[in-house]
Design a protein around this ligand. Structure first.
Ligand code: NI
Length: 351
């Protein structure tokens, strides 16, 4: 799984008043992780917001802002009542763990010493790492919420040190507002990061300042960082077939898992053969194909296809001058199957 982007419906550590509207935009943009804080909206609206996140197929996060023990206990109880998937933040682990026990809510508390509002992460890297190790050794702690960009020290070193200190996922929070910072988070070995204010205020580099443009830009950058960008473009069969003339000499046009997409031109009769393990699909793009079997002949016209199961003897015959055929078959398939024929092709060219 790649780096996780958690969109926070928050500005300056408060859930925004128009959270429901922004949630719709986020779900439509394809954001799968969406969070809010326990400050800013009345409880019933937070509960509805959480339900809307889950109804939209996303994972919900509640980040605890208050740090005094009593408020944090209330927040943890609220998380249970709201039914969030993941509780982020907080520092009073001993008080919160019993509340969450048996609820199925995942818990990612803050490592280190957190002060003030908006929160600041205090202490040396060594102290924060020690806290991270202590917390993640606890049963019921599923990960960490590191206020990396709220630390006055070397943020990259801090993120790498905390990520290395535990096998559990570490989420980076704070002012992540550029792709460079997303790159840094990925490099650190973190599991994910949060962005709230930067997207809501149109600060993230994007084609527009509106939330939709902001989120799409972040999702694109995350996809790039995760190497989830496809290098494959549309292929046109007419153009591809025009690039070669040899008959009975398949070209590789693509691959779908271990299945090869091949393009071949057929002319006249091929050779009777079968394939011990491979099934073959023949899709006729141009011309007419006759697939001979021992019990019958099948005519395959343009826009039609036929599947030949493994073990079945067959002999393809072009009924038109040249028949253009798209083949779908495993990479191991040899065109002549079990037969000895000088039209056997071992090393296929690409197209
Ligand atoms: Ni065959």
């Amino acid at each position: 799984m790649g780096l996780r982007f958690i969109f926070m419906l928050t500005r300056n550590d408060k859930t925004v008043d128009d959270a429901e509207k922004h949630l719709k935009t986020a779900l439509a943009a394809g954001v799968h992780h969406i969070g809010f804080k326990d400050v800013g909206l009345p409880f019933p609206r937070l509960k509805e917001l959480n339900q809307a996140i889950k109804d939209g197929g996303a994972t919900s996060y509640l980040e605890v802002v208050s740090l005094d023990k009593e408020s944090e206990i209330s927040s943890a109880k609220a998380a249970v009542e709201i039914g969030v998937d993941i509780l982020l933040g907080g520092t009073n682990v001993d008080a919160v763990l019993p509340i969450l026990k048996g609820t199925g809510i995942q818990y990612y508390p803050f490592p280190g010493n957190i002060v003030g509002h908006p929160s600041i992460l205090e202490g040396s890297i060594e102290e924060i790492v020690a806290s991270a190790k202590d917390l993640t050794s606890r049963e019921g702690v599923d990960g960490l919420d590191l206020l990396a960009y709220r630390s006055p020290g070397n943020v990259e070193e801090l993120m790498a040190a905390v990520s290395a200190a535990t096998d559990k996922p570490v989420i980076m929070a704070g002012s992540i507002d550029t792709k460079t910072r997303i790159d840094d988070v990925k490099t650190s070995g973190a599991a994910g990061f949060t962005i709230g204010t930067a997207a809501l205020d149109g600060i993230y580099p994007a084609e527009g300042e509106d939330l939709d443009a902001q989120l799409r830009s972040i999702l694109k950058d995350v996809a790039e960082v995760n190497n989830h960008i496809s290098s494959i473009s549309t292929k046109n069969l007419d153009q591809s077939f025009s690039k070669f003339d040899e008959t009975w000499s398949p070209r590789i046009a693509g691959q779908v898992n271990n299945m090869m997409v091949k393009l071949a031109k057929f002319e006249g009769d091929f050779v009777w053969h079968y394939h011990t393990v491979e099934d073959e699909l023949f899709f006729v793009h141009k011309g007419t194909l006759m697939m001979k079997f021992r019990d019958r002949d099948e005519v395959v016209n343009e826009g039609e296809f036929i599947i030949v199961p493994h073990g079945v003897e067959h002999c393809p015959v072009a009924m038109s001058d040249v028949c253009e055929v798209l083949l779908l078959e495993p990479a191991t398939t040899v065109n002549t199957g079990n037969a000895q024929d000088d039209r056997k092709v071992k090393d296929l060219g690409k197209i």
